[in-house]
Design a protein around this ligand. Structure first.
Ligand code: TRP
Length: 451
């Protein structure tokens, strides 16, 4: 049963944890989680999100790693191999392909937002934010997103950075960088929480985030909380599956998944705790939308001692976090091109980079030229985000869970998870067999008003 990945293997269990955390921790935690929580009423959203992490996210992550490590190939080929091995329907391969599509679509807008963080490195370093109030900081942001030229420039630069690492191979490109960047980001967030403590709205911020008021949540809010849980853990499209395929055989899947989920959740909550006090202290709108981090934290950098330094470092680290996430979005396709088309990693990266870059232009324009073009009442960016985070990822995650728990024989999953068939295995099995499909199903039905 000892298949080997042709793309290499992480040198230890720790490196897998670092890489998977690198994938999980990104814009989803620091940019998306706060604005989603802000738009959807705070506490209740956060509570549902946390419940989704524990009940759906961790079990699906284990399922994804399990499948990946068993198949040891790109998700598409892994699905083919395992489906054949387990005597299952060959159409399971479509699960691999839908993940590839989701990865492209997500990366296309992820890169545009990561471009904003790149632009903000320059703004911070040049002292733009010094002494600015909320309105002035908002102006800086609005000017940036109103300019297609600037957004295209930063989007292109970020895509280029991503493709360079992808071309070098995930292992070599990633291992060194993440080792100290993740902890550094964590420390900087704690410093920002320290600043938030010094505002007079710390308690108000906390209570917004942690006091659930269920009258403020809608069916769509519940769907978004679930989508956010999948998005932030990088689940449902094969990213964690392919990272699992590089995982050494003796590492514990349950323990590593748990560690990754905890680190990821910790970062998201810290970001929220840092941001909302600033929102309230400056009379800003919690529901300000995708610009939220970019119009709040710079106020803090503009006021705190050493703000130019901290601001610059913060946006550098955020760019790195985005970068280690974006790699995992494209890796499933790149690995497939290498496996099936005999391409070099260089060519595969260039090809996928170009496709993503072009689709990304839609997101660029949705903030300016096309901001009035609405489909289902959503801009191109909103629609893309909604379709991927709230539909494709939960659906993909649900099917991955079903595949791991119903299609792969129990004996094989027990062997792969390596934690025996005791209570831990039984709980996992119960969660992926029943809780995930029923939970995701109910939330889907509720969001379309069927229940
Ligand atoms: N989880 C990352 C974040 O929070 C984004 C990401 C990377 C992702 N790989 C993914 C999201 C795969 C969904 C699927 O920023």
């Amino acid at each position: 049963m000892a298949r080997k990945s042709i793309h290499g293997e992480w040198s230890s269990r720790w490196i897998f944890i670092l890489a998977a955390t690198g994938s999980a921790v990104g814009l989803g935690n620091i940019w998306k989680f706060p604005y989603m929580a802000g738009e959807n009423g705070g506490g209740a959203f956060v509570l549902i999100y946390l419940a989704c992490i524990v009940l759906l996210g961790i079990p699906v992550m284990m399922a994804e790693v399990l499948i990946g490590r068993r198949g040891r190939q790109s998700p598409v080929n892994t699905m083919i191999t395992i489906a054949k091995e387990e005597g299952a329907n060959k159409h399971w391969v479509w699960l691999g392909w839908s993940g590839v599509v989701a990865g492209f679509l997500i990366l296309s807008y992820y890169s545009v937002i990561a471009g904003w963080t790149l632009a903000y490195i320059l703004e911070s370093a040049s002292g733009t934010f010094a002494g600015l109030d909320g309105d002035a900081v908002g102006e800086v942001f609005n000017t940036l997103i109103a300019s297609p030229g600037q957004l295209i420039f930063w989007h292109s630069l970020f895509m280029l950075l991503t493709m360079i690492v992808v071309a070098r191979g995930v292992k070599e490109g990633l291992e060194k960088a993440i080792r100290f960047l993740m902890p550094a980001l964590f420390i900087l967030l704690i410093i920002m929480v320290g600043y938030a403590l010094s505002t007079d709205s710390f308690v108000k911020g906390l209570s917004f985030l942690f006091t659930p008021d269920f009258s403020k949540i809608t069916a769509e809010g519940i769907l978004k909380a679930m989508g956010q849980a999948f998005f932030t853990l990088s689940l449902g499209m094969g990213a964690i599956m392919i990272y699992g395929s590089y995982m050494p055989h003796d590492a514990s899947i349950a323990r590593t998944s748990f560690t990754v989920a905890m680190a990821d959740t910790g970062v998201a909550l810290l970001a929220g705790i840092a941001i909302f006090p600033i929102v309230f202290a400056n009379g800003l709108e919690p529901g300000a939308g995708p610009g939220l981090v970019f119009v709040t934290l710079p106020i803090a950098f503009g006021q705190m001692p050493g703000g130019v330094f901290f601001g610059t470092v913060f946006f550098v680290l955020l760019t790195f976090a985005a970068w280690s996430s974006s790699i995992s979005l494209i890796e499933p396709f790149v690995a497939w091109l290498v496996e099936n088309k005999g391409m070099t990693r260089n060519h595969a990266s260039i090809l996928s980079g170009i496709i993503t870059w072009v689709v990304g232009l839609g997101t660029v324009f949705s903030f300016n030229l096309w901001s009035d073009v609405k489909i289902f009442d959503k801009t191109f960016f909103d629609l893309l985000d909604f379709l991927t985070s709230n539909i494709m990822l939960p659906l993909g995650g649900l099917l991955i869970g079903i595949f791991a728990a119903w299609i792969i024989k129990q004996q094989s999953s027990i062997e792969e998870l390596g934690m025996g068939d005791g209570p831990a295995y039984q709980i996992w099995s119960l969660l992926v067999r029943y809780v995930t499909p029923i939970g995701v199903g109910l939330i889907f039905l509720k969001s379309v008003g069927a229940i």
